[in-house]
Design a protein. Structure first.
Length: 393
């Protein structure tokens, strides 16, 4: 493992792995340090929706072979409320954009396989403990691997180490501002060995709370229920989970929710957070290390991928010409897109969930907003454009 590299990439999630792929293709050497083992990173059940821009970026760097073969193309989503469904058609509302259902686990596996096939440095079980010299030309990443303490000297350090990452702490606290919102509910996510009961995702508002029907493949469903914070996933039987899902998705007509064995379950708190700026000196933040969105808008993974694309371009400009113009612009450009996604994720979350003790007035406002989306192509287009993905800044 080298002790010197151009870009030290901390974190082997989607942001770090895609950044490493793009840098490798631009001829810029980097080292990826990931604190977990490979199996853990490849099995971690998370997001499932890729925007067109994310798919395009993966294709452009030769990482979309399996995605193109196995990813499911979706032209829309269904919203449900008041026992009725309303479909949002993306291509007709967005000038032809659509999304793809492809699990984050699979994307991560593809990027890891490519990096290892390239013989490029990617270290698992390498936990970064600190970054020093962020304000110098030679920042140093300190990490532990196989019981030994090591250091990696870099031109730049990319903090792709997620929400609890350590790279952010290399920036003096007085230089950072964090904006945060914690929601008064969580998502109970389950994976089930049963073909999805729908062709497209269903986002349901109901008097019992929010529910989402997603999928991983033609044979595997991914479902979510809004639950109170602190819910113990082990406290629910499979039957209770299916009964609750069925009650929340109920519509007039013949639709049925198919049941099957539940193979994984977890409770995920919902949170919005943004750290500004995303660059300080030679330290750059990307993905969840800089921003978190609640999953209702399916934006987390896509923001991470867009950060990686814009950051790779900026580093390529620096490597080719020595100019830092694009690096200087990175934080402002990305924060504009990040705040748009924050707003959309907050809008989807607060329109579809019932807060504890929510007043009937607030419920009427939610239902009015959903009725408006059904009645107006303009209101529907606003949702569709944000969901299918806005062009990269
Ligand atoms: P990741 O995926 O968290 O990757 C960060 C990586 O950094 C590693 N790491 C370190 N490595 C070395 N040294 C250290 N000190 C380190 N500290 C951390 C971690 O092990 C990890 O491998 O961030 P990245 O790459 O920015 O990617 C972002 C996406 O993963 C994230 O936005 C989405 O998955 C968010 N998200 C979801 N988004 C959706 O759109 N739909 C979902 O259903 C959905 N489910 C989720 C989620 C995020 C979750 N987390 C983070 C709690 C479910 C969960 C549980
Ligand atoms: C998922 O498939 O895990 C998924 C899909 C859409 C969302 C959130 C999660 O908004």
């Amino acid at each position: 493992m080298p002790s010197r590299t151009t870009v030290g990439v901390v974190g082997g999630g989607p942001a770090g792995l895609l950044l490493a792929r793009l840098l490798h293709q631009a001829g810029i050497d980097c080292v990826v340090l990931e604190s977990r083992d490979r199996g853990y990173v490849e099995q971690r059940q998370r997001a499932g929706i890729l925007e067109q821009g994310t798919v395009d970026a993966l294709r452009a760097c030769g990482a979309a072979e399996r995605l193109d073969a196995e990813g499911l193309v979706h032209d829309g989503i269904e919203l449900r409320w008041n026992r009725r469904g309303h479909r949002i058609d993306f291509p007709s509302l967005t000038g032809g954009r659509r999304v793809r259902v492809y699990a984050q686990t699979e994307l991560v596996k593809d990027l890891i396989a490519l990096r290892l096939a390239d013989g490029a440095p990617l270290l698992f079980d390498a936990r970064v403990t600190a970054v020093t010299g962020a304000d110098t030309d030679r920042p140093v990443v300190h990490y532990t691997h196989q019981g030994a303490e090591r250091s990696l000297h870099c031109d730049f350090v990319a903090g792709c180490d997620g929400f609890h990452g350590v790279v952010r702490t290399a920036i003096p606290a007085e230089e950072l501002r964090t904006f945060e919102r914690v929601y008064p509910y969580s998502w109970f996510g389950v994976l089930a060995d049963v073909p999805p009961s729908c062709d497209e995702l269903i986002y349901a508002h109901s008097p019992r709370g929010f529910a989402l029907h997603s999928m991983r493949s033609p044979a595997v469903s991914r479902l979510y229920l809004q639950v109170p914070n602190g819910t113990d996933p082990a406290a629910w039987t499979d039957g209770q989970i299916w009964d609750e899902l069925e009650a929340r998705f109920a519509v007039d007509g013949g639709w049925r929710l198919a049941r099957g064995p539940i193979t994984q379950r977890a409770v995920l708190p919902l949170r919005s957070a943004v750290t500004e700026p995303m660059r300080w000196g030679r330290v750059l933040l990307a993905g969840d290390a800089a921003h978190i969105v609640p999953p209702t808008g399916a934006k987390g993974l896509n923001l991470a991928a867009s950060d990686a694309v814009v950051l790779a371009r900026a580093l390529a400009q620096w490597a080719a010409t020595g100019t830092t113009a694009a690096l200087d612009a990175y934080s402002d450009a990305r924060l504009q897109a990040v705040w748009r996604a924050e707003h959309f994720s907050w809008f989807m979350t607060t329109t579809l969930h019932s807060a504890p003790g929510q007043s009937p007035f607030d419920t009427r406002l939610q239902l009015s907003q959903l009725d408006r989306i059904a009645a107006s192509p303009h209101a529907a287009a606003e949702l569709a454009e944000n969901y299918a993905g806005l062009p990269l800044v």
